[in-house]
Design a protein around this ligand. Structure first.
Ligand code: IPD
Ligand code: CA
Ligand code: CA
Ligand code: CA
Length: 276
């Protein structure tokens, strides 16, 4: 069982507490943010609530673990190159926290109720803990390496579908990739699956996959903070995460395929010539 007492300074307990505090604050700001800025385009947004939540999270983690490194989306230069450079710089830290203060900023801005706080912890290069909190539904998804995945304290597992034809899938349209090949793949996959959701939060989609609410998820051009916590949740819930060619997930993986395991090869088959 995952320990959630903060007294022992367990990193997971700190992550859970921090996500809860940040989530509550973000929820209180829904519909009342004041500054909306475009980062790389009108599809890539940031508000003072994203920035404030990242500060809150960083300060809390620093209080408990002053020697740990923290990589947060809003402290990194916008665009894929900035993300890559930041990860390269911090990758070899013994403890590295990977933060997405609001995953689903576009939803937050429009008042579409699907966003979360995502906090991952990497220890010596390996995912060690992952916490995703949906403040609107008060759903806390928690995973620790080797200890399983939990939602509100109950263990969760991926779903059982064996074929794409019976699968509920999720994907997304990242600001950095509206390429023809991504759109083309979408049209190819739609007729093969039961249905597809594109709800605007990669992290929450991964948490839903871990909880068995969807069967699989794919999306290209994601950043490490979109997926780090969610990847561990999926793995600890019995699922599989690779890149779109089937290579095991690493922190550098940006094009993600994540499934309940059973449908993984069938999904990967759809991406056979993706990069040609
Ligand atoms: C975005 C969300 C979205 C995905 C984008 C991400 P943000 O993160 O995860 O679902 O399609 O690729 O950038 O900017 O809301 O934290
Ligand atoms: Ca963003
Ligand atoms: Ca994100
Ligand atoms: Ca974000």
């Amino acid at each position: 069982r995952i320990v959630t007492s903060i007294a022992g300074k367990s990193p997971v307990a700190v992550a859970v507490n921090t996500a809860a505090k940040a989530g509550e604050w973000i929820k209180s700001k829904l519909g009342s943010y004041e500054n909306l800025e475009e980062k790389t385009s009108s599809q890539d947004l940031v508000t003072e609530v994203d920035q404030g939540a990242e500060k809150l999270i960083t300060n809390l983690i620093n209080t408990y673990f002053p020697n740990h490194a923290i990589l947060g989306e809003e402290s990194v230069e916008p665009g894929p190159e900035g993300a890559k450079r930041a990860l390269e710089k911090m990758r070899n830290e013994e403890y590295l926290w990977i933060i997405d203060p609001i995953d689903g900023t576009t939803n937050f801005v429009h008042g579409f109720p699907f966003f979360c706080v995502s906090i991952g912890l990497v220890h010596e290069g390996e995912l060690a803990a992952g916490v995703i909190y949906d403040p609107l539904r008060d759903e806390m998804f928690v995973s620790e390496k080797g200890k399983g995945a939990y939602l509100k304290g109950r263990q969760i597992r991926v779903s059982r579908e064996l074929r794409l034809s019976e699968s509920l899938m999720a994907s997304g349209f990242p600001p950095q990739d509206r390429s023809d090949r991504h759109l083309q793949k979408f049209t190819e996959i739609v007729p093969k699956v039961r249905n597809i959701r594109t709800s605007g939060s990669a992290a929450l989609h991964l948490a839903y996959l871990a909880a068995g609410r969807i069967s699989g998820f794919w999306e290209p051009s994601l950043n490490v903070w979109d997926v780090a916590a969610g990847v561990l949740l999926v793995q600890e819930a019995g699922g599989r995460v690779t890149d779109l060619q089937g290579n095991p997930y690493t922190l550098e993986t940006t094009d993600i395929a994540a499934t309940n395991g059973h449908i993984h090869d069938e999904l990967l088959k759809c991406f056979k010539n993706y990069y040609d």
